[in-house]
Design a binder for this molecule. Structure first.
Ligand SMILES: [Zn+2]
Ligand SMILES: [Zn+2]
Length: 292
């Protein structure tokens, strides 16, 4: 009987049921996990004939020992952070997400972190936490650099410049070097020229004829090819976030398109999937701080 009904079911119906029951199962699991610290405190497991809180969790809900340890550890860690503690014990946010933010949680940022953890999917949350850590490291480095006056030279990122340059170009530069031409100066001038060209082009695209025609015609969400090319010549193909090395997948409007109705390149950013998710979840000040 059941099998007959199952085979009659459309894919959409089957998928709908899976999603519905899955969501209920996850919610119930989060709530169950949230109760465990209190079960431990009261030794409720012993009163009810279980050997330990781990056995209690495994038998009642199939929760692993590792997850039990994690929830107990987090609850202690959130002792002075009531917002995160309530998110944990009330089952509003999963233990795994809370474990990610725990390493950067303070009494000041707990509210913001709880908001981000409930908004962002797991992978974007991981990137968000990494960015916050990177920010902390950068400001520490700045502080240290201020104390060390002697050598202002920055360390280079781990990129082999010569490897990415084709052989003809290398030969060409070596020949000039042999002739006594200052190739550092030469390249500096070329780069400066490139920057200037980009700045002029950006100005044109933002205010010039082209821009205006595009804007007046009909505000379309589609970003014109010349604006896409412009962004690539300025930012390359990678995510605009300075610490991120992923390829950009989306051009994001940093001013809401619905309000601005234009594609002014000053307010566009190429982002990877995770940073795009983050960009739509965070407040403006946080966002601006992380742009190049
Ligand atoms: Zn966007
Ligand atoms: Zn990114």
């Amino acid at each position: 009987m059941t099998n007959l009904l199952m085979t009659d079911m459309t894919d959409e119906k089957l998928y709908g049921l899976c999603k519905q029951y899955g969501a209920c199962a996850l919610e119930a699991r989060r709530k169950f996990m949230g109760l465990l610290p209190e079960v431990q405190r009261r030794h409720l497991y012993a009163k009810k004939g279980f050997g330990s809180v781990k056995e209690f969790a495994a038998k009642l809900a199939g929760v692993s020992e590792e997850q039990v340890r994690l929830v107990l550890r987090l609850e202690r860690k959130f002792e002075d952070k009531p917002v995160l503690k309530i998110a944990l014990t009330g089952g509003a946010i999963s233990v795994n997400k809370l474990a990610r933010v725990a390493s950067i949680a303070t009494t000041e940022n707990q509210e913001h972190l709880a908001k981000m953890a409930s908004l962002l999917p797991n992978r974007a949350l991981e990137v968000f936490v990494r960015d916050v850590k990177e920010d902390t490291r950068t400001s520490l480095r700045c502080v240290r650099a201020m104390h060390v006056h002697s050598n202002p030279q920055q360390s280079l990122p781990d990129v082999n410049l010569l490897e990415s340059m084709d052989t003809d170009l290398q030969k060409n530069l070596i020949e000039r070097l042999k002739k006594g031409i200052d190739i550092n100066q030469l390249i500096k001038e070329l780069l400066q020229k490139h920057d200037e060209e980009i700045a002029v082009e950006k100005e044109e695209l933002a205010n010039g004829e082209n821009g205006k025609v595009e804007h007046e015609k009909k505000a379309s969400r589609y970003i014109p090819a010349k604006i896409r090319y412009h962004l690539q010549s300025e930012h390359g193909t990678k995510c605009t976030i300075s610490t991120c090395e992923k390829s950009a997948t989306t051009i994001h409007h940093t001013q809401r398109f619905a309000l601005s109705q234009n594609h002014d390149p000053n307010f566009l950013a190429q982002l990877c999937r995770e940073h795009h998710t983050i960009a739509h979840s965070i407040d403006r000040t946080y966002w601006e701080k992380r742009q190049m």
